[in-house]
Design a protein around this ligand. Structure first.
Ligand code: FEC
Length: 294
């Protein structure tokens, strides 16, 4: 077997002028309202993303560090931008891969998240190599310890674990996403020795249907009403600094906290930290070690 890794991430527009095409890709053919597009463009602009984008740079740093750690070729495939998942697969096959490990830079399973990455990957491989897919890794001890270490010095504060919201209908469909997020939160709080914590969603999209809550802004209101004063955010559902962190938390939530008189901090995300790369490498090694079904 010749093994290669396809490391998958959400993807982010490379430049401001790419935002309309990027948003259209996220919407998957459904219409984009002009005011929503204008709002998204202005969020990227206000973050200073004109010609380069931190998420794509962090993903590249993660890819190259993982490749060095594993001694295996690792190719980046983005779900909503370039290089696409299909391009990564073609690169892996051109490099002679007969076995591809699919790993998503998102820890928790949902039919609306991980399953969508898997579908693109399976389509692209088109039975030309064996697939080993890492479906979830939110309870991975190394990941839990890494987050807990970043929280230890703030464990006296009220911890709010956060993750991207999804349409609330997933719960009726038995999707494990919310349960997996709560389990990671519990494990991290326990490992950090923290007792005062809650969970909230963030970054819901204006799609016109109900999304999972509470949303972080509403949750900060609730905390302030309960006389909580010091809050630290631990975004368990994300691993890198991107729009949802730098805008939704560092700007929107920070402004809300200021208005409410709350002290608000957040932990550093794993990004391309060597300890995180070691966690990812462990997931790949384990996936390869499992005997194949055929
Ligand atoms: O930094 C960046 O440029 C990209 C940041 C980014 C990440 C991310 C992660 C997740 N999303 C998830 C679900 C949805 C669903 C919709 C949706 C919409 C958007 C829009 C932008 C966006 N998401 Fe995202 N997401 C990021 C960015 N996301 C931009 C569209 C405009 C907006 O909402 O303001 C709704 C799709 C629809 O319209 O039908 C659903 C989930 C994650 C976490 C897992 C993962 O990373 O894959 C789940 C990062």
């Amino acid at each position: 077997m010749t093994t290669a890794v396809v490391l998958m991430a959400y993807g982010s527009p490379s430049r401001i002028e790419d935002v309309p095409a990027y948003y259209a890709d996220i919407r998957g053919g459904r219409p984009v309202k002009a005011e929503h597009l204008a709002d998204l463009v202005s969020r990227y602009q206000r973050l200073g993303i004109e010609d380069s984008n931190p998420l794509n740079e962090i993903t590249e740093a993660t890819r190259s560090a993982l490749e060095a750690e594993l001694g295996l070729p690792v190719f980046t495939g983005m779900r909503h931008w370039t290089p696409r998942i299909a391009e990564a697969v073609e690169q892996a096959l051109a490099a002679g891969a007969t076995e591809i490990v699919g790993l998503v830079l998102a820890p928790h399973y949902s039919s609306l998240s991980i399953e969508k990455y898997r579908a693109q990957l399976v389509d692209a491989i088109d039975a030309r190599a064996e697939l080993r897919f890492v479906e979830r890794w939110g309870a991975e001890p190394g990941f839990v310890d890494l987050l807990a270490e970043r929280l230890v010095s703030q464990k006296h504060m009220h911890i709010v674990f956060t993750a991207h919201s999804l349409p609330a209908r997933i719960l009726d469909e038995g999707d494990p996403y919310r349960d997996e997020l709560l389990e990671t939160s519990r494990l991290v709080a326990e490992a950090a020795g923290a007792t005062e914590w809650t969970f909230s969603f963030q970054s819901q999209s204006p799609t016109g249907e109900p999304w999972l809550g509470p949303d972080i802004l509403e949750h900060l209101n609730e905390l302030a009403a309960c006389d909580v004063r010091d809050v630290v955010l631990c975004p368990v559902g994300f691993v890198a600094d991107h729009l949802e962190i730098r805008w939704d938390l560092d700007i929107e939530a920070a402004e809300k906290a200021q208005e409410l008189g709350l002290r608000l901090e957040r932990i550093e995300l794993p990004n391309a930290d060597p300890a995180f790369i070691a966690v990812l490498a462990g997931l790949v090694r384990r996936a390869v070690a499992v005997p194949s079904a055929g």
